[in-house]
Structures are given as structure tokens and as C-alpha cells.
Ligand binder design. Structure first.
Ligand code: 5GP
Ligand code: MN
Length: 334
């Protein structure tokens, strides 16, 4: 692969890491495997360097990821975060991981961004610059892959726990090494992580073979909502609060549902619309081939990657959002 300048880690980013003693790690709200794996892996690397690290998450880790090593590092107390900042004084460094724009830092975004320096490490194509120093590389499969490169640049040996978390990060963001973001470098890194003792069948069983009966019931209901349009190129499905209640499943259980219609031969874009408790419709899109769903999501103030993107809408019904999105996607598929 041709060297691209963005693949090189900015010197200033390395210098800030070397210079800091107290580091707060943040990621996006509703964190996925890449967000959490990168967070815990980077915490491990920084602690090996003798840093004091706080991993702050807005909400407790979803039960879907409760198998991750070092999950006890997750801290959801704003009070603990504030005390950490006070104790650190001027010697503090903030780091945002896997976060395509500052809105995704969650409810305390303003409080986080007040603290500098603020480093940003991300691989979203739709990335909107924020923070003091950024390393953004959309050619990377995952933030996990970038954290691996950072460990190399910082000369830190990768522990088993760190390797495990990085493998989860890379595996989930590449759709188990299937998406086009999977490069030879991704595979070399994954191979090195296996050398550190990670067992892919163990990670795979945690990620894909641990579902509940309630999730299966919900899947049945969600699949019944499938709506194919534009010559079966677009598939819509939705999940409502009522379905969650009736199935006994949680909103976290919908992870992976959007891949079901994506697997249809004719489908170029699969969409899952989720009704959340606070009147927000959250939309997940997955594309195959050339359709750039990140560009479509941007039109709705969202973002993501070319083949996986999303957005949130307040004050509209699922049907309204679906209609608007159908128009936008039909234009994108022309
Ligand atoms: P998912 O469908 O798994 O929630 O998200 C797929 C991709 O779209 C992720 O990379 C995520 O960063 C991006 N994404 C999902 N929802 C939003 C959103 O509301 N805003 C932005 N900017 N990106 C989103
Ligand atoms: Mn990611």
C-alpha cells in the first residue's frame, strides 16, 4: 500500500503522551467493540508507561461486552472524573478515541473539551475536527489498529489483555475481517495479536454465540417489519419500544440485526431504525459496494464510514424518518 502522510503518527501527539502523567481516556457514547477495546487497550499501554489513567464512560458497559478484559477500568462517575482532574492539576491530558465528532462525546462534552491538551485518535471518514491535536486516518480498519501502531511507536510491549482488547476492536469494526477496510496491515496486526495468545474462537464465541432467547424473539419481530424498496436494493427494518417490552430484550440486543437484510443478494443498503426511550429515532445503515452511506448520514447530521453509518432524529416518527431516508438513499443509488 502507498504510504499516505496520515498513516504517520503526529510527533506532537507522541510528545504529549510522553510528557503527561495523568491521562483521561474517552470514547463515543453507546460504545461498540472498537471504542471499548481501544479504550481498555490504550489504558493498559499507558499504565505500562507509568501513567495514571482514568477511562471515563457515560454509561456502564453493555452486557454484550462484559467479557472484555480490564472492564473494571471503566468509570462512570463524573465526580471521580472531576476529582482526577483536580488532583492532576496542570499535568493532564485528555484523549478522545474512535469519536467522529465532538457531539459523540456525550452529555459532558463541554466539560471535557475545556481541558487541554485534548488529543483525538479516530478513523471515521466523516470526521469533523475537534480537540488540540488529531490523528485521523480513514484508511484504518479501526481505532484499535491505530492503538496498536501507537504501542509500537511508544515502544511498549503488548500484554495479553491489551492484545485481546485490540483484537475485539479490529474484529468488530471489520465485520470479522470482511469489510473493505481490512488491509494487509490489518491482517499482520491481527496475526501478531494471536501470537500474544489471543484465541479467535474464544473471542468469536463471546461476540457471536452468547445471545439470549429474548434477543431471538426480538429478532423475529424486527424481521417481520422488513420492507424492501428500490428494486429490492434498500431494506428497512425497525424496532419499537413495544417490541422490546414484549420480547423482554434490551435495545443493546439489536446489535448485529442490521446485517441480516444486508446479506440479501439484491440489497445494497440495509437500514435499521430504532425508537429510543427519549423520543429519538436512532438509525443504523450498512452498505455494500459503492454506495457511501456516510455521505447520506451527513445529510441528517450524522456520520460514520462509507459502508457503515448512522444518525439520530428528534421529534419524528419512524415512518417519517424512513420516508425521508428512502428518498435520500434512492438518490444516492442512482
Ligand atoms: P452503528 O450503526 O453501529 O450505530 O454505527 C455505525 C457507524 O456510524 C459508526 O462508525 C458510528 O460512528 C456512526 N454513527 C452511528 N450513529 C451516529 C450518529 O448519530 N452520529 C454520527 N456522527 N455517527 C454515527
Ligand atoms: Mn471504530
Amino acid at each position: 500500500m502507498k504510504e499516505n502522510p496520515e498513516r504517520i503518527i503526529p510527533e506532537r501527539l507522541l510528545a504529549e503522551i510522553h510528557g503527561a502523567t495523568n491521562i483521561v481516556l474517552l470514547t463515543h457514547s453507546h460504545p461498540d467493540g472498537d471504542a471499548l477495546g481501544s479504550l481498555f487497550a490504550f489504558a493498559d499501554i499507558l499504565e505500562t508507561l507509568g501513567k495514571k489513567v482514568l477511562c471515563f464512560l457515560e454509561e456502564p458497559v453493555s452486557h454484550h461486552y462484559d467479557f472484555l478484559p480490564d472492564i473494571q477500568r471503566a468509570n462512570t462517575s463524573l465526580q471521580t472524573f472531576r476529582q482526577f482532574v483536580i488532583d492532576a492539576g496542570a499535568d493532564i491530558l485528555m484523549v478522545g478515541l474512535d469519536c467522529g465528532d465532538d457531539d459523540r462525546l456525550g452529555k459532558s462534552k463541554a466539560e471535557f473539551l475545556k481541558i487541554e491538551p485534548f488529543l483525538v485518535i479516530d478513523h471515521h471518514r466523516s470526521h469533523r475536527t475537534f480537540g488540540t491535536i488529531s490523528w485521523v486516518d480513514p484508511c484504518r480498519s479501526s481505532t484499535g489498529e491505530m492503538i496498536y501502531e501507537l504501542a509500537q511507536a511508544l515502544n511498549v510491549p503488548i500484554s495479553y489483555n491489551c492484545a485481546y482488547n485490540l483484537y475485539v476492536a479490529i474484529c468488530t469494526d471489520t465485520g470479522s475481517f470482511r469489510y473493505e477496510c481490512t488491509t494487509p496491515r490489518t491482517m499482520h496486526i491481527a496475526a501478531d495479536l494471536l501470537d500474544k495468545g489471543v484465541r479467535p474462537e474464544e473471542v468469536g464465541s463471546h461476540l457471536y454465540d452468547k445471545y439470549s432467547v429474548e434477543r431471538l424473539k426480538l429478532m423475529e419481530m424486527v424481521l417481520a417489519t422488513i420492507n424492501l424498496c428500490a428494486q429490492n436494493q434498500i431494506a428497512f427494518m425497525h424496532v419499537s419500544g413495544k417490541m422490546l417490552k414484549e420480547s423482554g430484550a434490551t435495545i443493546q440486543d439489536v446489535e448485529g440485526f442490521v446485517d441480516l437484510p444486508r446479506s440479501l443478494h439484491s440489497v445494497k443498503v440495509a437500514v435499521l431504525l430504532k425508537e429510543t426511550s427519549n423520543g429519538v429515532v436512532a438509525v443504523s445503515m450498512r452498505a455494500k459496494g459503492q454506495c457511501d452511506v456516510a455521505a447520506v448520514a451527513k445529510g441528517f447530521d450524522g456520520g460514520g464510514h462509507r459502508n457503515a453509518a448512522g444518525f439520530r432524529c428528534q421529534g419524528k416518527t419512524i415512518q417519517q424518518v424512513q420516508q425521508e431516508l428512502q428518498d435520500a438513499l434512492s438518490r444516492a443509488l442512482l
